[in-house]
Design a binder for this molecule. Sequence first.
Ligand SMILES: [Zn+2]
Length: 250
Amino acid sequence: MDDMTRPRERDRTITVVSLVLTLVAVGAYVTFGNSPLSTQVRSLLGVEDRVMPPVEAGATGAHAFLNTQPGSNRPVGFSPCRVIPYVVNPEQAPDDWQRYVEEAVGEVSQRTGLRFDDRGTTEDRDFDDRGTGGGDPEPVLIGWADEDEVGELADDVAGLGGPTMAQLGNHRAYVTGSVILDSDTTDRLERARDGDELQVALLLHELGHLVGLDHVDDTGELMYPNGVTRAGYGPGDVEGLAALGAIPCR
Ligand SMILES: [Zn+2]
């Protein structure tokens, strides 16, 4: 080993103690049970083949899941047999939002083996209700807002993210969700050193929640809740993301 070896750029530790990330509670919880929607929902949950192959994590470390299947410790996640459509509302977004979103979503896809489908931009700002309302769920919504609009962004909270869970019989799956970045924070980051990396790190953290990761009390992981301690996912984050993408489709 060469003592001069430096970590790769992505893994470089960055210290920004003023940023606090918190998790929004799962936005909605819809139960379909024996409703006439069951057939439709069954296809939403995915019963065909995987879209992408599963991922070998190649790393181990602290990670936690937001939800588990009833009576088991198997994590709830998006079905790997369907693509995850998402839209972006660029209002209040940093100038380079497109690059940040592309990089972060691409990273999550690569780490999970889940495929995301970019459905373009939207004016939709209904972050709370992505549920079905009797039809298909709305796409995942990524956007920026301030605390006047989204109260949970008050104080030092830099972002919120979480999935919407559906239950069919005894099986749970995420079917949509949202990610909201605090626009006051991302405005400040536009002028900060390491700002670009932090914009992406915030998205990676919240997208981690979206696909099912919970916080861990380990500063070596990006899912650590009290400050951004690294630019990219840590080993436990990587292990958790691979597990979330490796669940059975149904
Ligand atoms: Zn969080």
